[in-house]
Design a protein. Sequence first.
Length: 89
Amino acid sequence: MTSLTQLQLNENKLSGRLPSSLCLMTDLEALWLHSNQLTGSLPVEWGQMTSLTQLALNENNLSGRLPSSFGRMTDLEVLRLDSNQLTGS
């Protein structure tokens, strides 16, 4: 599934931590995981998903800080992280 460009799993009552292995989906341009029950921190490895233009993780129970590796996502146009427990400025 490395050639997948969009993954929409929003509003599915998914729970647990975000898998760092999603970074292996190198062609992924849009990832929607919002409105679930996901917990834990944002995986540092996700900074390798440099093809992402849209990332929606809002309305979950994510915590911690935004990894500095996310700065490598230079094509990112939409980033939704609201309604979580993230910290930092």
